[in-house]
Design a binder for this molecule. Sequence first.
Ligand code: ADP
Length: 515
Amino acid sequence: MNLQDQPGTSSSNLHKDTGLEVLEENAFSWLIAVLEATDDAVIGKNLDGVIVCWNGAAEALFGYTAEEIIGRPITTIIPPERIHEETLILSRIRQGEKLVHFVTERKCKNGKTIPVSLTVLPIRDHNKNIIGACKIARDLSEARQSEQELRRREALLRSVLETVPDGMIVIDERGIIRDFSVAAERLFGFQASEVIGQNVSVLMPSPYREEHDKYLSRYLATGERRIIGIGRVVVGQRKDGSTFPMELSVGETKLPEGHLFTGFVEDLTERQERERRFRELRSELAHLARVNELGQMVSALAHEVMQPLTALTNYLNAMRRLLEIGKLENLREAMERANNEVERASGIIRRLREFVRKGETERQKEYLPSTIAEASALALVGTGREIKFDICVAEDAAEALIDKIQIQQVLVNLMRNAVEAMANSARRELSVSAVRAGEMIEISVADTGPGLPEEVHARLFQPFVTTKPNGMGIGLYVCRTIVEAHGGELSADRVATGGTVFRFTVPSAGSATES
Ligand code: ADP
């Protein structure tokens, strides 16, 4: 603690160290002790703004020792952009006014600026003349930091609550809604502002609506848990009066002002819908996987077709012989048998076509970006070496009128071929794009492989044309059948820069309603 000589006081009454007038030696000792004990920085300055008093807490806060700072202007600890505050403070002090909890910033010896709360009081001599000011500075850094931390946590919690798909409702022990998340707004059709402050029973149909207050008081009285921490399927009621099954889990928080209950709500109809979509997707993928087994299937079928064809050849030879020797009476029977073999062969072919086509085409409006993305997920599994892949669908080519599964078969086939073609290429880039072409959408699958082999190009879409050791040469044939069944066309071209591009067209979903 250090106090500098105060001007204008008579030397006979001055304290020997401090120069302050001493009326009561003990009172002064008390004062010194308080100043040293307090955690707040206490600074005295005269009306010229010169520091005359500086306690231990001021030293700790600002980093200057009393010896260093006493006699220097108070502006030493004021950041340049806040210098004007000093003129304001001094003018108020001169008028005998005080300043209470003025929140501002001050500068430390190390140059750092810290947030402080200032209380400034005028100091008077024994004639009641104002001779300076006593300034108490409280460091707000910690408070500010914890405030910021609190705000950060609050923002984090808010963002989590706004993101979780479950609705969240907080109620107090009287059942009054205190918080209502964005997902809860969506589930119940109420705005948070409409229900906060209302009894949670507005979200329930009768008879729960009437009973809920009783449930709550019974729990508070007995502590008997029927739903808290357990979770149950209950019925919710939306703003429009419609009801829906929901899974409700409730947690409890005990605060000094009472209990709070947090309910998490999941709409079970949405869950069922998700599960149905999942099952559908799984069966679609299973079908696509089956198409990948097509090669093996065709091989087995080809073997089966060979049998009736061999039998047919035998019957035809037999018929020629019967004709040659004039045994016409046996000819009818041989012809019937030959006919049966033809039917057997076409039955096998029919089964193959059914397998490929999955019955009738069921065309509907489909969103192409996701149709392509799903197909590529399947086509690119286990491709081994890394492939740069991109999908680009023009805005006016996003909706097509297609049998999604079949078009995905085409896409998977073309992408698989492209991936296989690029197996030994240095550049491996696969791009799928879709653009509008009149009433159709043209989808292209381009690769950076070696391009189509000459001998294949001319007979490309014929069955059993292949250059692969284990290939069946049936893929492109099937693709063309599917595309043509959609009223589109499939073609292939070599790309000037190397590689191949397959293009096919499908009807745009707009074409049915436009024009
Ligand atoms: P498979 O893949 O069983 O051979 P496909 O009908 O799908 O049957 O393909 C026939 C042939 O066309 C392939 O064997 C290959 O020679 C050629 N081909 C198909 N796609 C490409 C491609 N992207 N790049 C180069 N050649 C291709």
